[in-house]
Design a protein around this ligand. Structure first.
Ligand code: NAD
Length: 295
């Protein structure tokens, strides 16, 4: 039994914290949202009054927050200020590489072990304990990070040193953002050509058009039971979050000199969908834009 502080109990963090509690760990949980905190308590966590209180006697701190500024603030004001120096700190949020490296440097200067460990897999995998973690940490710390993440994971892979987990994540999500748009365009064309969308799904999932966005997360309702398309695109991975990740990829591409024209196109499409009101919907809802339906 490990004392774990879990900060950020949203779409992803809620299921992840629940799996740590289910594995028998003592999870002290905190979120700014009272509703998120209540859910975590129902799943076996203890509610803390603040992030500072949650981390105060933690052996492990796990954070799952929206973006870089949240992570920088929570670590600077609460985690690094209040957690015991022996605590292992793991940030699972998707953030920019610079923020991850800056937080790691601050943590290391104070003697903490730190890992950036963003995830792939979505809310279903967060609930099912089947996320893929991409880890940036000192090699010597990886065994402890891997053991800690195990109740939430189907795979834990060390990408390299601090920041490497975030680098792997933004590259992976650029693939995801682009592939979802490809799948949506194909559904929109199939519909115009008079194809039955379910028949197209059956064919493409057995053909070379097969990919995760189609087979595991189809944007067309009724094809993949767990997909957000069956819940009016609620929950899941918000368009605004996908847009954030594609912006991170474009910033990284500009800084490093990589050519990523399809990533830039995808960023523009999600920005338009966000501007039209789709930011809170799962990113697969962009299908409706291609079908001419506004959110
Ligand atoms: P979310 O908005 O549902 O959850 C974030 C939670 O953090 C919210 O409940 C919010 O209240 C809380 N929070 C914000 N600031 C806080 C603070 N200072 N103290 C305590 N709590 C605070 O987002 P999510 O979908 O769970 O995503 C979390 C991270 O995981 C993001 O970086 C996202 O890019 C990444 N991610 C999401 C998915 C997905 O499918 N949703 C998949 C992979 C990665």
């Amino acid at each position: 039994m490990t004392r774990i502080a879990f900060i950020g109990l949203g779409n992803m963090g809620g299921g992840m914290a629940a799996n740590q509690a289910k594995a028998g760990h003592a999870v002290s949980a905190f979120d700014l949202s009272a509703q998120a905190l209540e859910k975590a308590v129902a799943a076996g966590c203890r509610a803390a009054d603040s992030a500072a209180e949650a981390v105060s006697d933690a052996e492990v701190v796990i954070t799952m927050l929206p973006a870089g500024p949240h992570v920088r603030a929570v670590y600077a004001n609460e985690v690094l200020a209040k957690a015991p120096g022996s605590a292992l700190l793991i940030d699972c949020s998707t953030i920019d590489v610079e923020s991850a490296r800056a937080v790691a440097a601050d943590a290391k200067a104070l003697g903490f072990r730190f890992a950036d460990a963003p995830v792939s897999g979505g809310t279903t995998a967060a609930e099912g304990g089947t996320l893929a973690f991409m880890v940036g940490c000192d090699e010597a710390d990886f065994a402890a990070v891997e053991a800690t993440l195990d109740p939430m994971a189907r795979a834990v892979i060390r990408a390299g040193d601090h920041g490497a987990g975030q680098a792997a994540k933004i590259c992976n999500n650029m693939v995801l953002g682009i592939s979802m748009i490809g799948v949506c365009e194909a559904f929109a064309l199939a519909e115009k050509l008079g194809l039955d969308p379910d028949r197209f799904f059956e064919i493409a999932t057995k053909s070379s058009g097969q990919c995760w966005s189609l087979s595991n997360y189809s944007p067309w309702p009724g094809q993949v039971p767990a997909a957000p398309s069956n819940r009016d695109y609620e929950g899941g991975f918000a368009t605004a979050m996908m847009l954030k990740d594609l912006k991170l990829a474009q910033e990284a591409a500009a800084k490093s000199g990589a050519a990523t024209p399809m990533g830039a196109q995808a960023e523009g499409m999600y920005a338009l969908f966000d501007r039209l009101g789709g930011g809170g919907k799962d990113f697969s809802a962009i299908l409706q834009l291609f079908r001419g339906n506004l959110p």
